[in-house]
Design a protein around this ligand. Structure first.
Ligand code: SF4
Length: 390
């Protein structure tokens, strides 16, 4: 997550609740993407430094557990930059130019000069972030799926080019001879049909030929399986996208919740401020007087009820609003109560870190060290594969 300021309840429901769930039975890595923030905020860097620690406190407040998950800071691990630059050697420019967010973001942030090398390359930096940890899954929203797809393509290309024993080709050819009879010729025909024409049936036949052969050692069998599909030994793991539902939390005005619209409720909002914000937020504009019936579908408060209220409360709102049986302040109270209840444990968990900022830094330093072990292991394999281990 990029450090762009304190987090609001849209972030909480859109990402953090999912992170907290994932850490229960998965090995998770969560990091502050401070270099990513620079790709668009390079002209105002002050916000990055001031946001990093607040954001980590918000994660901890949400229940991300530093004992279960690895929490770290991207810029403290130069391996991210190293893998990025090495992957850049093999990534065709066209792959980056066709990532949809490249053009979208340039149009959206038209006041900013984003015709930079860093901005074009940020999806590749993201690929490095993922591949360093051999991640099987990345929790992302729909808009990030093309980035995961790019990462898979980059990993595949890397494995194809570098994931080989130095004399792999000769060893594979010698192994094919051991298939015996005319089976080696058949194997090479099937391989050509798959690799040149993309014939998947040929790939399956070739795999069966290799798997069924009793004359091969395990090492030769693995070689031939890698030789026929072009993967050979895999150094980088191709990740999958773990789709996260978009947050259903709207802003106080019914639009998308965003700091730039001034319609947010923060994750650790002061109770008085939270209560005031909800009490003064707009309702169905056609319900002018208390005696006018209203329509929840036209009211942003109703959208909060959909996230925060029980089915019984929602029924009470619908009936009471449409019949003018309840007033808007009355209707808002269960939302206020539910938000305050949700935030109380967050305030409590954050307390020790707010009181002692050194603790937050310790959590991140500990995470940096844990992440470094995994990242360095991958980099040793990558350097060796690229002929840099001298
Ligand atoms: Fe909105 Fe509730 Fe008022 Fe209806 S009663 S307009 S749902 S705040």
């Amino acid at each position: 997550m990029r450090p762009t300021g304190r987090l609001h309840i849209g972030h909480y429901h859109g990402a953090l609740t999912n992170w907290v769930r994932l850490q229960q039975d998965k090995e998770c890595f969560f990091f502050v993407a401070d270099w990513h923030a620079l790709t668009t905020a390079y002209d105002d860097v002050s916000v990055i430094g001031s946001s990093v620690w607040d954001m980590v406190i918000d994660w901890l407040a949400a229940g991300v557990d530093p004992e279960k998950s690895t929490i770290f800071l991207q810029s403290r691990l130069p391996q991210h930059a190293e893998l990025h630059v090495l992957l850049s050697m093999i990534t065709p420019l066209g792959w980056l130019e066709r990532v949809p967010t490249y053009k979208d973001q340039q149009e959206k942030l038209s006041g900013k000069d984003l015709a930079t090398y860093g901005f074009l390359g940020y999806p590749l930096l993201q690929s490095a972030d993922i591949l360093l940890y051999q991640a099987n899954h990345v929790p992302v929203g729909e808009d990030q799926v093309p980035h995961i797809e790019l990462t898979r393509e980059v990993a595949r290309r890397f494995n194809h080019i570098f994931g080989r024993e130095p004399d792999f080709e000769e060893k594979a050819r010698a192994a094919a001879k051991k298939l015996g009879g005319k089976r080696d010729k058949q194997f090479f025909d099937l391989r050509t049909r798959y690799q040149q024409d993309g014939d998947k049936a040929a790939l399956e036949q070739g795999r069966a030929l290799v798997s069924d052969s009793a004359s091969l050692s395990n090492a030769d069998r693995e070689r031939l399986l890698g030789y026929i599909d072009g993967s050979s030994k895999r150094i980088l793991t191709e990740p999958g996208a773990l789709l996260t539902e978009a947050s259903r939390v709207v802003g106080l005005d019914g639009q998308k919740m965003s700091k730039s619209y001034g319609n947010t409720i923060m994750m650790r909002e002061e109770p008085e401020a939270l209560t005031r914000k909800i009490k003064t937020m707009p309702t169905d504009t056609q319900r002018v007087r208390r005696t006018d019936p209203g329509e929840p579908e036209r009211c942003p408060v109703w959208q909060f009820h959909q996230v925060y209220s029980t089915p019984e409360t929602r029924e009470w709102v619908q009936a009471g609003c449409r019949s003018a049986g309840i007033g808007c302040l009355e209707c808002k109270q269960p939302v206020i109560d539910a938000m305050l209840a949700e935030q109380a444990p967050m305030h409590e968990r954050a307390l020790q870190y707010v009181a002692n900022p050194k603790r937050v830094r310790e959590v991140v330093e500990h995470g940096n060290e844990r992440a470094r072990v995994v990242a360095e292991q991958t980099m040793q394999d990558v350097r060796a594969a690229m002929g840099l281990a001298y």
